[in-house]
Ligand binder design. Structure first.
Ligand code: T1G
Ligand code: NAD
Length: 649
C-alpha cells in the first residue's frame, strides 16, 4: 500500500501522505509524491490539496536515511517539480510541519494551517541547515529576518504567527480538509502566485542584518549550525534563487558529514531510545491520578508543581502545619511564575491549585496512587517516612524516593512489601529539568517500574533507568570528575582555570562555579557521610573542607571558591588561591601549569572511565543512557554527543 494516495473530491485532487509516526519524507514518501505529481499533471484537476494522515504534517526528512546513500527522488528536485506544477498545490497543515515538511509546504503555491499547527526549520538542532530550499524560498515569502529567526534558532512558530508572517495564507476554521479544498477552489480561479524560487530576493541593509544575526546566533556556544544557517540565508539574499539553492545544498552536504551533526543526530535518537525496559513490555502501569509528595522543600515543591502542571492531583505532606504552609507557598510560587510568564492560562492555573492540598497529616494520603518522598537526605528520616507511608497508603500505592545518594535497596527492605518501592531521582529545579533517573531496586515489581515510566511520560520527563549505586549515573560521574578537578587544584591549576576550560569545552558552567551556586555545604555533608567508608588508599583533597570549615558555602554566604559582590558575579578569591598553593606545598606537590586542553582531557577521561565502570556494573544498560544523562543533567554540549559518544567519534 503506497504511503501516498490520491483521490478526487469533485474537481480537486486530494493527495494524502500516510507514513506513521510523523510522516517523515522517506524515499517511499518522495516516490509517492512524485507519482502523485505526475498523475495530477496528466489529469489536470482544478487544483491539488496535499494533506497528511495521522497526527502531523511532514515532520521532516527521514533522519534515519542520513547515514545511508541518498536515494532518488531527492527532496530538492522533487520540491522544484511540485513548485513548477501547472495547477495550484495547497498544503493543508496540522500538527507540525518541520524541516523538509516546511520546505514541502513552501514548494506548494498556497498553505493553510489548523489553528494548533506549528511550522519551523529545526535542522540546526541536528547540526544541519535546511537542505531542500528552506533558506532560499522562506526569505522570498516572509520578512528575511523572520525567516532567519526560524532557520537559525530552529524554533517553530504557531499557526497564528505563521499567518501573521504570511507563511500561511489562511487558518482553517473547522475541518482542515474542507477548508483546504475551499482554498484550492479559490486558488484555481486566481492567477498563480509567482514561484518563490524565481522571485527576486528582498534587499536587507547589511548592518541591520549583521546585528540581527549576531543576536540570533548569540547562544550557539560552540555549535556551528546556527552560524551556518545565518550564512545560508545571506547567500539567499545575495544570489538568485537557483544559484542560492546550489549553495544551500553544498553547505547542507558539508554539514551532514560533520562531526557535530553526527553527534546531534546520535543524541536525538538516544533520547528516544532510553527509558525502555523489556520488563515492562505489555505490562500495564498502575493507576496514576493522584500522587503524594512528602516534603515541601526545594525538591518536593518542584515535584509537586511538575505533577500539577501535568494534570495530576497532588497531596503534599510536611512535618507540621507551618512547614506545610511553607511548602504550599513554594508550589503556589512556581505555578504563579508559570502563569505570569504566560506558560499556562488562568484556567489551567486555577485547576492546578484546585487539585493541590498541603497538610501534615499522613491520613490525607489514603487515596494516593503513588507517593514520592523528598525529605532530608538522611536514611533514618527516610525510613521513618516509609514506615508512616506503609501505614497511611493503600497497599497498591507505589512508594518512591527522591534520594540523591542513599541505597534504594535498603529503603525498599525497610517496608513489608519491597516490590512497591522505586527511586525517582529528579533534578533541581524539578519542574524544569527534563531528566528523571528511575532507580531500579532488586525487588521492584514490573508493574511498579511500568508505573514509574508512565509517570515520566505524564510529566513529559526524559527517563533513564539506573541501577542502585552511590549516585546512580549522573551524580556518580559528577563525583568522579569533581574529585579529578580537586586533584588538578593540588597539582597546579586554579579554580578559574578549570572553570574556563570547562566553559570553553561547551559546558554551561564550570564545576567550581556550579558548586558555589548549589552550596558547598551539600558536598561537604556528602564527603563527611562517606568518610568512614572512603578507602584509605584514595587520594583525598582537603581544600573544599577547609573552605567549609571557615563557614564559606559559596554564593549564599558571599564567598566560597569565588568571592561574590552585590551583583553576584564570581571574582577570584585570593584566600582560596593561597590555601590551594599551601595545600600543594603541605603535600609536597610541585605545582605545574595546565592548558585548557590538558584540563579537559583529565576531566573528560574521568567521565568516560566512570561511565565505563557504570556500564560494566550494569548500572546503565547502554552508552546512550550515560550520554543522555550527562547532556540533560549537566548540560554536556549536545553537539559533542556525550562523553561516551566522544570515545567512538
Ligand atoms: N525522521 C525519522 N524519524 C523521526 C523523525 C524524523 N525526522 N522525527 C521523529 N522521528 C521518530 C522518532 O525517532 C520516534 O521514533 C517517533 O518518530 C516519534 O518521535 C531536508 C534535512 C516531530 C516534534 O528535526 O522534533 O528535514 O522512538 O518521540 O515527542 O531540510 O519527533 O517511536 O521509534 O520525538 O511527539 C527535520 C525531528 C529533519 C524534527 C514529534 N525535522 N522530530 O515529537 O515524538 S532534517 C526535525 C521532532 C530535515 C530538510 C532537513 C519530534 C516531533 P520511535 P518523538 P514527539
Ligand atoms: P529540603 O531541605 O529543601 O527539603 C526537605 C523537606 O523535607 C523540608 O521541607 C522538611 O521540612 C521536610 N521533611 C523532613 N522530614 C519530614 C518528614 N518526616 N515528613 C515530612 N516532611 C519532612 O531538601 P531538598 O533539597 O528538597 O532535598 C530533598 C531530597 O531530595 C533529599 O533526599 C535530596 O538528596 C534530594 N535531592 C535534592 C536535590 C537538590 O538539588 N536539592 C536534587 C535531587 C535530589
Amino acid at each position: 500500500m503506497s504511503v501516498v494516495t490520491t483521490k478526487m473530491q469533485g474537481d480537486i485532487a486530494v493527495v494524502t501522505i500516510d507514513n506513521p509516526p510523523v510522516n517523515a519524507a522517506s524515499q517511499a514518501v518522495r516516490q509517492g509524491l512524485l507519482d502523485a505529481l505526475r498523475a495530477t499533471e496528466a489529469r489536470q484537476p482544478a487544483a491539488v490539496v496535499l494533506i497528511c494522515a495521522g497526527r502531523s504534517f511532514v515532520a521532516g526528512a527521514d533522519i534515519r536515511e542520513f547515514d545511508k546513500p541518498f536515494l532518488e527522488p531527492m527532496l530538492p528536485e522533487l520540491l522544484n517539480a511540485i513548485e513548477a506544477a501547472t495547477r495550484p498545490w495547497v498544503a493543508a497543515i496540522h500538527g507540525t510541519a518541520l524541516g523538509g515538511g516546511c520546505e514541502l509546504a513552501l514548494a506548494c503555491s498556497h498553505r493553510i494551517g489548523a489553528p494548533t499547527a506549528k511550522i519551523g526549520l529545526p535542522e540546526v538542532n541536528l547540526g544541519l541547515i535546511p537542505g531542500a530550499g528552506g533558506t532560499v524560498r522562506l526569505p522570498r515569502l516572509i520578512d528575511p529576518i523572520e525567516a532567519a529567526r526560524l532557520a537559525v534558532t530552529g524554533k517553530p512558530v504557531s499557526a497564528a504567527k505563521a499567518l501573521e508572517l504570511g507563511l500561511f495564507d489562511r487558518l482553517a476554521e473547522g475541518d482542515l480538509l474542507a477548508a483546504a479544498i475551499a482554498l484550492a477552489k479559490d486558488a484555481a480561479t486566481q492567477p498563480r502566485p509567482e514561484p518563490l524560487l524565481t522571485r527576486a530576493a528582498p534587499k536587507v541593509d547589511r548592518a541591520t542584518w549583521d546585528a540581527a544575526m549576531a543576536k540570533l546566533t548569540a547562544k550557539a556556544r560552540g555549535q556551528d549550525s546556527p552560524h551556518e544557517a545565518a550564512a545560508a540565508l545571506r547567500d539567499a539574499l545575495d544570489h538568485d534563487g537557483v544559484t542560492a539553492l546550489g549553495l544551500e545544498r553544498a553547505r547542507f552536504m558539508r554539514l551532514k558529514a560533520s562531526p557535530q551533526s553526527a553527534a546531534l543526530r546520535y543524541i536525538f535518537f538516544a533520547e528516544r531510545a532510553v527509558g525502555k525496559s523489556p520488563r515492562t513490555k505489555d505490562v500495564p502501569p498502575r493507576p496514576l491520578a493522584r500522587i503524594g509528595v512528602i516534603g515541601g522543600g526545594t525538591m518536593g515543591a518542584g515535584i509537586a508543581a511538575s505533577a500539577l502542571l501535568a494534570g495530576l492531583g497532588v497531596q503534599m505532606v510536611e512535618r507540621d502545619t507551618d512547614a506545610a504552609s511553607a511548602g504550599a507557598a513554594r508550589v503556589e510560587g512556581i505555578l504563579g511564575g508559570a502563569l505570569n510568564r504566560g506558560l499556562i492560562s488562568e484556567a489551567k492555573h486555577a485547576a492546578a491549585l484546585a487539585r493541590f492540598d498541603a497538610a501534615s497529616d499522613y491520613a490525607t494520603l489514603a487515596d494516593a496512587d503513588l507517593v514520592i518522598e523528598a525529605v532530608f537526605e538522611d536514611m533514618a528520616v527516610k525510613k521513618q517516612v516509609f514506615a508512616a507511608l506503609e501505614q497511611a497508603c493503600k497497599p497498591e500505592a507505589v512508594l518512591a524516593t527522591n534520594t540523591s545518594y542513599l541505597d534504594v535497596n535498603e529503603i525498599a527492605a525497610s517496608v513489608t512489601d519491597p516490590s512497591r518501592v522505586i527511586g525517582l531521582h529528579f533534578f533541581s529545579p524539578a519542574h524544569i529539568m527534563k531528566l528523571l533517573e528511575i532507580v531500579v531496586p532488586e525487588a521492584v515489581a514490573d508493574d511498579v517500574l511500568a508505573t514509574a515510566l508512565h509517570l515520566a511520560k505524564t510529566l513529559r520527563k526524559l527517563p533513564v533507568l539506573a541501577g542502585v549505586c552511590d549516585g546512580f549515573i549522573a551524580n556518580r560521574i559528577m563525583s568522579s570528575y569533581r574529585r579529578e578537578a580537586d586533584y588538578l587544584l593540588e597539582d597546579g591549576a586554579l579554580p578559574h582555570e578549570v572553570d574556563a576550560a570547562m566553559r570553553a569545552f561547551g559546558l554551561p558552567m564550570g564545576l567550581f562555579e556550579m558548586q558555589d551556586l548549589a552550596g558547598l555545604d551539600i558536598g561537604w555533608a556528602a564527603r563527611k557521610r562517606r568518610a568512614a567508608t572512603r578507602p584509605a588508599s584514595e587520594r583525598y583533597v582537603d581544600i573544599a573542607d577547609h573552605i567549609c570549615e571557615a563557614g564559606h558555602f559559596g554564593r549564599k554566604t558571599g564567598r566560597g571558591w569565588y568571592l561574590y559582590g552585590p551583583e553576584g558575579t564570581p571574582e577570584r578569591n585570593p584566600d582560596v588561591e593561597a590555601l590551594i598553593v599551601a595545600e600543594s606545598a603541605r603535600k609536597g606537590i610541585t605545582r605545574q601549569s595546565f592548558t585548557a586542553e590538558q584540563i579537559m582531557t583529565r576531566i573528560l577521561g574521568c567521565m568516560q572511565s566512570e561511565g565505563a565502570a557504570i556500564l560494566s556494573e550494569g548500572i546503565a544498560a547502554s552508552r546512550e543512557d550515560i550520554d543522555v544523562t550527562m547532556v540533560n543533567a549537566f548540560g554536556f554540549p549536545r553537539w559533542r554527543g556525550g562523553p561516551m559518544f566522544m570515545q567512538t567519534a
